[in-house]
Design a protein around this ligand. Structure first.
Ligand SMILES: Cc1cc2nc3c(=O)[nH]c(=O)nc-3n(C[C@H](O)[C@H](O)[C@H](O)COP(=O)(O)O)c2cc1C
Length: 201
C-alpha cells in the first residue's frame, strides 16, 4: 500500500510543515509506505507553457507531455492514497498547487477528449484521496460563511472528482490561535494512517 503526499508550503517554519511532520510520523507508526512531493522544494513549475495550453485547449495529442508532468503521473499510478497538504490562501490552495492540477491533469490522462470520456482517460481510479489544509479562520466561521463548502466543492467534487473512490476534506482551522487548536489537530492527524489502512486493505 503506497501513500503519496503532495505538499505545498514555501516555509519549514510554518504550522503546515509541522502538520506534515506529524502526518509522516503517523504513517511511519502505521507501517505505511509513503513518498512526499514537496512542490516548492522540487521547484515544481506552476505555469502552463504555450505548447501545454495548445495540447489541452486544442486536444493536440501530438504535442508531448513534459517530463516533470509524466513523473507526477507515474507517482499517481503507483499510489493507493493521495494526500494534498497545504495552507488555505484566499479561500483555496496556493497557486503552486493549483498549477499542479492545471498541468498534471492533462487531457487524455485525467480527463477524456471525446463524447465517451472514459475511453480516453488513462488515469487509474485512486482508492482514497484526502485534502488536508490548514486555515487561519476557525472551522465554524468557514462553515458559517459558506467558504468551507465552496472549498469542498472545488477540491473534492471537482479536482478529486470521479478519479478517486473515497474522498475526504479535512480543514484544520483556527490557526490564528495555534495553541488553542494544535492538540485537536494532532489528534486528527494521528487517526489518518489507520483510516487509510482500514479503507485500502
Ligand atoms: C496569502 C495568505 C492568504 C490567506 N488566506 C486565508 C483565507 O482565505 N482563509 C483563512 O482561513 N486563512 C487564510 N490565511 C491563513 C493561513 O491559512 C494560515 O496562515 C495557515 O493555515 C497556517 O499557517 P502557516 O503558514 O504557518 O502554515 C492566509 C494566509 C496567507 C499567507
Amino acid at each position: 500500500m503506497k501513500v503519496q503526499i503532495i505538499y505545498c508550503h514555501p516555509s519549514q517554519k510554518s504550522y503546515t510543515y509541522e502538520i506534515l511532520g506529524q502526518l509522516k510520523s503517523n504513517l511511519i507508526q502505521e507501517n505505511l509506505e509513503f513518498e512526499v512531493s514537496d512542490l516548492y522544494a522540487m521547484n515544481f513549475k506552476t505555469d502552463m507553457s504555450e505548447d501545454e495550453y495548445e495540447r489541452e485547449g486544442f486536444v493536440n495529442l501530438n504535442l508531448s507531455i513534459p517530463d516533470d508532468v509524466k513523473n507526477e503521473h507515474q507517482k499517481i499510478e503507483k499510489s493507493d492514497c493521495l494526500i494534498f497538504v497545504y495552507p488555505v490562501w484566499w479561500s483555496d490552495c496556493p497557486a503552486k498547487l493549483k498549477g499542479w492540477f492545471d498541468r498534471v491533469y492533462s487531457v487524455g490522462y485525467s480527463y477524456g477528449y471525446d463524447e465517451s470520456d472514459n475511453n480516453t482517460q488513462k488515469m487509474k481510479t485512486v482508492p482514497y484521496g484526502i485534502a488536508l489544509c490548514t486555515a487561519g479562520h476557525p472551522n465554524e466561521f468557514l462553515n458559517e460563511i459558506g467558504i468551507a463548502e465552496s472549498m469542498r466543492n472545488v477540491m473534492i467534487d471537482d479536482r478529486l472528482g470521479k478519479r478517486f473512490i473515497k474522498k475526504e476534506m479535512i480543514i484544520l482551522g483556527g490557526t490564528l490561535n495555534k495553541e488553542n487548536v494544535k492538540h485537536k489537530h494532532m489528534e486528527i492527524i494521528n487517526g489518518i494512517g489507520k483510516k487509510i489502512k482500514e479503507y485500502c486493505a
